[in-house]
Every structure is written in C-alpha cells, then in structure tokens.
Design a protein around this ligand. Structure first.
Ligand code: CP3
Length: 361
C-alpha cells in the first residue's frame, strides 16, 4: 500500500508517489452521497447501517481512486454509545442533551458500548473485502478533549464557555469524563483495527482552544494514553494524530503521544513546520479546503507548494480540515490528476505566481 510505504519511510523518487486521501472525502459535496443519505433521515441510523456505510465509504474511492478510504462513521458515536442523547439536525449539526453536571456520566458497561458500536466493525470488515488490496482503510475516533466539548456544550460551540469553566473550576469532574472517553476510545480503536482497519486516526478538532497551561494534560497526555492503550493490546496499525489548531512544539507532541503520523491543519506553514520537525516524522496535510472550493490555479499552486515543502520527508497529501459541503467535485478530480501527474507538467501552472505585479521590476 502506497500510504503504508510512505509511513514506513519509503518516500519514492518523485512527488507522483505521494499518497492522497481527504478528510470528509465522503460527504454532501458528492451527489451520490446526497442520494444515498436521502434514504435514511436519521444520521446515526445511517452510520449504523453497514450496507449504506460501506457504500458511503467506497464512493470517493470509485470516483477519485484515492489511496485510502476512511470508514463512514462519526466521532460522536462514542457519546451516543455511552447513552448521551444525540441527534443531528439539518443546518444545526449535532445536538446533545448536555448533562447538568459533567460528572454524571451515564453508567454504561464497556461491553454495552462495544455491542452498540459493533456495526462499525461490520462496516470495516465488509469494506475491506471490497476495497483493492493496495488501498488502506482508516478507522478513527475523536480525541477526548474534542469529544468532551460536544458533550459539555451540547453540540458545536463558538466560545466553549461551559467546557472551559468545567476545566478550570471542576477538575475532578472533568477528569472523570476524560478518563471514561479514553477508555472507550481505546476499545473503539482496537475493535476497528481487529475488524481490518489498516490505519487509525485520532481527530482532535478543537485542540486549538485548550488553554496553554492545560495543553500537556489535555492534548498531549490524553492522546498518549489512547495510543499506549491501543499498543498494549498488540495493535500495530500506524496511528495518525490530528491536533487541529495547535501550533506549539510539534516535535514534543509527536514524541510525547508516540503517534506515527502528524496531521496538520491549513493554518500551519509547511516550510516552517518542515524546518522544525525531525526529518523522519511523517506529515499529513494540509491544503486549505477553501482552496479546493475555489479550484483552478489557486488550488494547484497551493498544493504544489505543500508537496514541495515536504518533498524530503514522508508526506501524505490531505486537506487541513474536512472537505467543504460546497466543493465542486470536479475540482477534487483536477487536484488528484494534478498531484498524480509528473512534476514537469505541474510547473506550467505556477508561472503566474512568480510574475511581478504590473510596474514592478
Ligand atoms: O469521509 C469522511 O471523513 C467520513 C467520515 C466522517 C464523518 N465525520 C461523517 C459525517 C468523519 C471522519 C467525521 C469526523 C468528525 N465528526 C469530526 C472530526 C473532523 C472534523 O470535522 O473536525 C467531528 C468534529 C465530527 C462531529 C460532527 N459530525 C459534526 C460537527 C457534524 C455536523 C457538521 C456537518 O458537516 O454536518 C457531523 C455530521 C457528519 N459526520 C456528516 C458527515 C458526512 C454530515 C451529516 C450528513 O451527511 O447528514
């Protein structure tokens, strides 16, 4: 598998061997996804219907021949399996009934959680039989901090007031929730790897809002504990960690968490990161999803710059966050064709970037 070769340090001779996949590659920007999604109104039932989930997982692979599929599921399935009341509303996103006290974790036995999440294992098994052998299947979970924000806020938030209050004022309660999420995340990842996931990924989508004084405990240590827990169960699949919004010491983050691949968002300057991170650490990222929505030269130049910055290290091409809902699918096809084409053809798109504005020498 091209993506596993890269993670193992075989970076190939030219950039056409850069493995490619996209966060939220399955989603509402694809007409075939929208058609499939319309057959089940409730999003959780849809995720748990393994026939539909296999189809949603494979749709972007059929269209773009990407190097990895990501199992169709959601980071909020753990809170759902724990017994939190979760629903998804059109235009509003996820809505959870927040507990009055975050210490009031629904008492759910780990066995019950495993049973409730078993359909995801089934999706992985079925997908693996239909996916070409040279393509990787990625299983995932959310990082504890990120998942805790959805539980405590009751959904997506602008300012994360409740989560931060809980963190600063109610540490034992907050830690109780984080500990439970770590335990369940380990079980969920182990189950996905045992079902056939080749790679695992931990999404810390809200790492960027953790106050600095707490970053070590709630961004580094939480992910480190999950990875150690997964390894203690003899799972060897590489683990990608995505601390979105974090912009501190990435080398320390990789060394502390022991992740195999560092995924970065689009606010990180590739050249800056490349200069500070030891050369053997694989990086995944980091095209701005908006550049793909815009398409054309903007997108291609930005993609070429990213490949260029990371050309001497293992690099997996991806976006800096999920594919936007309004992305034209043909832009994605153009991007993949461009990345797979020999570099000599790529340079022609870059002339305008080097042109000086009128009148300048
Ligand atoms: O291709 C893939 O990446 C598919 C699998 C996938 C989904 N969610 C499906 C989904 C993955 C990897 C996720 C991760 C996820 N879910 C994250 C981490 C990545 C990120 O975006 O930061 C987060 C924070 C969530 C929580 C979540 N799920 C939200 C906030 C929403 C609503 C926002 C939205 O886009 O509607 C969801 C719903 C969701 N999860 C959709 C999809 C395709 C859209 C809902 C639909 O199709 O009806």
């Amino acid at each position: 598998m091209r993506i596993l070769d890269t993670i193992n340090g075989n970076i190939g001779t030219d950039s056409t061997s850069v493995p490619i996949w996209f966060m939220r590659q399955a989603g509402r920007y694809l007409p075939e996804y929208k058609a499939l999604r319309a057959t089940t109104s409730d999003f959780i039932s849809y995720c748990l219907d393994s026939d539909k989930a296999v189809e949603a997982t494979l749709q972007p692979i059929r269209r773009y021949d990407l190097d990895a599929a990501i199992v169709f599921s959601d980071i909020l399935l753990i809170p759902w399996a724990m017994g939190y009341d979760l629903r998804f509303e059109e235009g509003k996103g996820p809505i959870l009934t927040p507990p009055k006290n975050p210490a009031e974790i629904p008492e759910t036995a780990p066995e019950a959680i495993k049973t409730r999440l078993a359909p995801i294992g089934k999706t992985i098994k079925k997908t693996r039989t239909q996916l070409a052998k040279d393509k990787a299947l990625i299983g995932f979970c959310g990082a504890p901090w990120t998942v805790s924000t959805y539980i405590i806020e009751g959904g997506t938030s602008r300012d994360f007031t409740k989560t931060k209050k809980c963190l600063w004022q109610n540490r034992p309660n907050f830690n109780h929730l984080i500990d439970a999420l770590i335990t369940h995340s380990i079980e969920f990842l182990v189950m996905q790897a045992r079902s056939g996931a080749d790679i695992l990924m931990i999404f810390d989508s809200w790492a960027g809002i953790v106050p600095g004084a707490h970053q070590k405990s709630y961004i580094f240590e939480t992910t480190a504990r999950i990875i150690a827990g997964v390894r203690a169960r003899n799972i060897t699949a590489p683990i990608i960690a995505f601390p979105k919004g974090f912009c501190g010491n990435f080398t320390d983050y990789v060394q502390t968490t022991k992740c195999d691949v560092l995924a970065i968002d689009h606010t990180i300057c590739p050249a800056w990161l490349n200069a500070q991170l030891p050369k053997n650490i694989p990086v995944q990222g980091n095209l701005d999803p908006m550049a793909v929505e815009i398409g054309g030269k903007t997108m291609l130049e930005c993609a070429a710059d990213i490949c260029d910055a990371f050309k001497t290290r293992p690099h997996i091409f991806n976006l800096g966050h999920g594919m936007g809902q309004h992305t034209p699918p043909e832009n994605v096809a153009e991007l993949v064709n461009f990345l797979r084409a020999p570099e000599s053809t790529r340079t022609s798109t870059r002339t305008s970037k080097r042109e000086s504005p009128k009148g300048e020498k």
